[in-house]
Ligand binder design. Sequence first.
Ligand SMILES: Nc1ncnc2c1ncn2[C@@H]1O[C@H](COP(=O)(O)OP(=O)(O)O)[C@@H](O)[C@H]1O
Ligand SMILES: O=c1ccn([C@@H]2O[C@H](COP(=O)(O)O)[C@@H](O)[C@H]2O)c(=O)[nH]1
Length: 306
Amino acid sequence: MEDVLDSAVGAHFSGLRRDLRRLSSSSSLPSSPSSATCNDASAAAPSGLASPAPRQPFVIGVCGGTASGKTTVCDMIIQQLHDHRVVLVNQDSFYRGLTEEESEHVEEYNFDHPDAFDTDQLLECMGKLKSGQSVNIPIYDFKNHRRCSESFRKVNVSDVIILEGILVFHDQRVRDLMDMKIFVDTDADIRLARRIRRDTVERGRDVLSVLEQYGRFVKPAFDDFILPSKKYADVIIPRGGDNHVAIDLIAQHIRTKLGQHDLCKLYPNVCVVQTTFQIRGMHTLIRDREITTPDFVFYSDRLIRR
Ligand SMILES: Nc1ncnc2c1ncn2[C@@H]1O[C@H](COP(=O)(O)OP(=O)(O)O)[C@@H](O)[C@H]1O
Ligand SMILES: O=c1ccn([C@@H]2O[C@H](COP(=O)(O)O)[C@@H](O)[C@H]2O)c(=O)[nH]1
């Protein structure tokens, strides 16, 4: 939560220079040493000649136990970010699907184990999306435990990608794709009650089979894989979709990040310096009208050279 609050205070933009030639001839601004704050690759080429590298989408991982409210939280975040392009990718889409033989003994199959997902395919799709390509994502049918063989969901390039699922924090390669990790933390009794209702109404199950599957696979996998992955979260949302304060804070943080993102698109050589107490302290000092000239020069120089 510290990160959310810290960023809400505001980011610090350094090396905000649109035209390098104009800047180097300016006597009022420091010359080459200060360019340490700029992206070196783009700073090396004169503005207008280098084509700016496309900015990558902001990737948010949303993890949590079954029926914790992951999808609900994602929908609420998407609603709040209505002025940005946001796509939702569900880990469920990457269930391998059962073979004929496995289908005959479906009650034996563990859908809550990491091996039930084709994580390599998920990584490939996410890699393409991050690099600006649209992808076709499989559609999974929970009633037949299979993927629809003919149809896919086309997911287009966007500013924000939300990746949601019970095991999205399990594999380090998947975690490494994420700029922000959210864990939805909802009481186990509430999750079980919701799961019974959802699976009987929407996924063609009966109560006994839901309870049997829950005790045999769902709860043990929660204890073995999902709960231990909570430590990777940047933000934990108690009570899921009921926690409007947490969701507002998260949406505010994402908007701040996207603001930086837009600025970086305009000025390819801009480098955003992460806010720290030290940086905030230095900004406070140089804005103080009482500051001595040597101190002003000292702290300004430190900020410029970061
Ligand atoms: N805050 C809530 N209050 C009541 N029902 C909820 C709440 N959040 C989710 N649900 C219901 O619980 C079920 C599971 O929610 P969902 O968001 O799909 O969870 P998940 O994606 O974690 O499986 C759905 O039927 C949904 O309508
Ligand atoms: O064919 C299937 C595939 C998955 N499941 C169960 O789904 C949940 C994960 O989905 P949530 O929406 O996050 O609850 C997982 O616990 C699997 O047990 C299934 O029953 N059948």
